[in-house]
Design a protein around this ligand. Structure first.
Ligand code: BJ8
Length: 428
């Protein structure tokens, strides 16, 4: 990764250069080992390889340049942050990294060890000064989803301006809807205050179109994975989803549509990445924030393809679009509420919609089995696994639950369990 030319920019952002160098070198090596050794990758993956090669370089420079032009950058940790309102205020949103073991020691110097690794990872990036995205943010937006996150946002506010949205924990009640709407309005006002730009109907309409187009492109990639041909590895598809959170939206949408074109052609030509006699696995559960490639690389390292992700870094992000029913700002805010309340995070109760979605996805993607990912100390996804497993079992789809973190200590143990699981699966 080119680092020299960006050193001044990183210094200006207040990065801990020594630690940051260690991080970049480790990331480059892991990426090379996992991604560049894959066989028969789609040619269009070269764009995403380029994005990763410039992950702390070119994209950060774009953000810094925007800030120099007076624009704002908003960091987020959750799908409930309504990015349409960020773009409507002419700001940029970036999903902040929370998928690395690297930053956890810095977090544990401040917060308890007994916390989900995703939370410790993002907090550690800020405390340790090792994430240029975090350093570029004018404000981060958090949300009251799980207990760990909402309490850590209180501490995060000591390091960076932090705005927390209150997310209802029930779906489809009049009270929940009223709270959603009130919170959407408050966040709109916050964005207007921060940027100095009033959010007018045309700007909101444009930003809804912008984000809908991005989600549609990602959905096309996902749809192509339903084919028995397996046109792309799960690892590469996961990477595309991870990059969607911080790349320039228009460029990402264009490149992802080109990737979808290629995958559709590959399916027509029968040009795939996996043996046809291998079982197809679907992934479900906690998000795999970049650079968490652990389970995908273990599974696909055995030649078993992952064909879908029921996850926030996956289907929960792109499945539903915002569908405005009118032309006014108020009606578009209602449409945002409609869309955002369909995400089905395990923090909701009861959450039967998610259980039904997992079962439906397993059917649609012709999955022979489901690997269910629980990040350590994530009670919501861990407990919800009980209902998901029961529902899958009733449809004849076996599930393997894996509780893990970002360390490499349990890799061999997980490999043994996945091996035993896939051996008993009978490809349809
Ligand atoms: S919408 S999944 S991104 S909250 S894994 S930090 S829930 S203890 S990340 Fe999430 Fe939004 Fe829900 Fe998606 Fe807590 Fe669980 Fe950790 Fe989690």
């Amino acid at each position: 990764m080119p680092s020299q030319e960006y050193t001044q920019m990183w210094t200006d952002l207040g990065l801990n250069l020594e630690k940051h160098d260690v991080l970049l070198n480790a990331l480059g090596k892991i990426y090379g080992d996992l991604f560049m050794t894959q066989k028969n990758r789609p040619q269009k993956m070269s764009y995403y390889d380029f994005v990763i090669s410039e992950v702390h370089g070119l994209r950060i420079k774009e953000l810094v340049d925007r800030k120099k032009a007076g624009k704002k950058v908003i960091g987020a940790f959750c799908l409930y942050a309504p990015e349409e309102l960020v773009y409507a205020a002419d700001a940029t949103m970036v999903g902040l990294c929370g998928g690395a073991d690297f930053s956890i020691p810095d977090a544990e110097a401040v917060i308890p060890r007994e916390l989900c690794p995703l939370i410790k990872s993002f907090f550690g990036f800020k405390v340790g000064g090792t994430c240029p995205y975090f350093q570029s943010c004018n404000m981060v937006v958090g949300e009251t989803t799980c207990d760990g996150k909402k309490k850590v946002y209180e501490l995060l506010a000591d390091y960076t301006p932090t705005y927390v949205m209150e997310i209802p924990h029930k779906i489809d009640t009049p009270q929940a809807r009223a709270l959603w709407l009130a919170e959407m309005k408050l966040f709109k006002e916050q964005m207007e205050k921060l940027t100095g730009n009033a959010i007018e109907k045309d700007a909101l309409k444009d930003s809804i179109r912008l984000i809908n187009a991005k989600r549609t492109a990602m959905k096309r990639v996902s749809e192509a994975r339903k084919d028995s041909n397996v046109p792309i590895s799960g690892l590469d598809a996961l990477l595309v989803n991870q990059i969607s959170f911080y790349d320039d939206v228009e460029r990402f949408t264009k490149m992802t549509n080109e990737l979808a074109d290629e995958l559709e052609e590959r399916n027509m030509a029968g040009n795939g990445v996996a043996d046809k006699d291998k079982p197809r696995l679907m992934f479900s559960g906690c998000p795999m924030a970049i650079p968490n490639w652990k389970l995908h690389s273990i599974i696909e390292g055995m030649g078993v393809p992952v064909v879908a992700e029921e996850s926030c870094i996956g289907s929960r992000y792109f499945t539903d679009l915002v569908e405005p029913k009118g032309d006014s700002v108020d009606s578009m805010l209602e449409a945002l509420v409609d869309r955002y309340s369909k995400i089905s995070c395990a923090c909701f109760t009861p959450n039967n919609e998610r259980v039904e979605k997992v079962v439906q996805m397993a059917k649609d993607y012709n999955a022979d089995g489901v690997v269910y990912n629980v990040l350590q100390y994530c009670h919501a996804y861990n407990v919800e696994a009980v209902k998901v497993e029961r529902a899958l079992k009733a449809k004849g789809v076996p599930m393997l639950k894996i509780n893990t973190d970002y360390s490499t200590e349990d890799v061999e143990q997980i490999r043994t369990r996945v091996e035993a699981f896939t051996e008993m699966l009978v490809p349809a």
